[in-house]
Design a protein around this ligand. Structure first.
Ligand code: MN
Length: 136
């Protein structure tokens, strides 16, 4: 039996990600809100093909668990990395980076922002088409 991604998804797709911080179509489902009990924020994010978030940093770091599809991850000054289902990306505090889908496939990850007593995210400029297309 053929199943579509939505039928096999573990978590709901959620709501549209805010356009000021994302280019293209992305969806966010909050899973664990910020609290001093855990000092983590966990969200489920789906990027449709071509979608990505802005350049940004996490004052307390972030871990990405890629659960579906194929996407890109880039740290400022380094080449774009292809990421796919099963990959775990550890992002140190204050590293300027972005993440998103590949040109041809969507990508879904669980994003775990750690040490949130230091802050969750600091958004920067958009990832331009020119920057995004350097993955080709
Ligand atoms: Mn990030």
């Amino acid at each position: 039996m053929k199943t579509t991604p939505s039928e096999s998804a573990v978590f709901p797709r959620g709501d549209r990600a805010p356009a000021e911080y994302f280019t293209g179509t992305a969806w966010v489902q909050p899973l664990v809100p910020d609290s001093r009990m855990f000092n983590v924020v966990i969200g489920h994010v789906t990027f449709e093909a071509g979608a990505r978030n802005n350049w940004h940093t996490h004052p307390g770091g972030q871990i990405l668990l890629v659960t579906a599809g194929k996407g890109y991850y880039q740290e400022k000054g380094k080449p774009i990395q292809v990421i796919q289902k099963g990959d775990v990306i550890q992002i140190p505090a204050d590293i300027v980076h972005w993440h998103g889908a590949s040109h041809e496939q969507s990508m879904t990850h669980i994003a775990i922002s750690t040490n949130t007593e230091k802050g969750i995210v600091a958004w920067l400029q958009r990832v331009t088409d020119e920057e995004y297309n350097r993955s080709n």
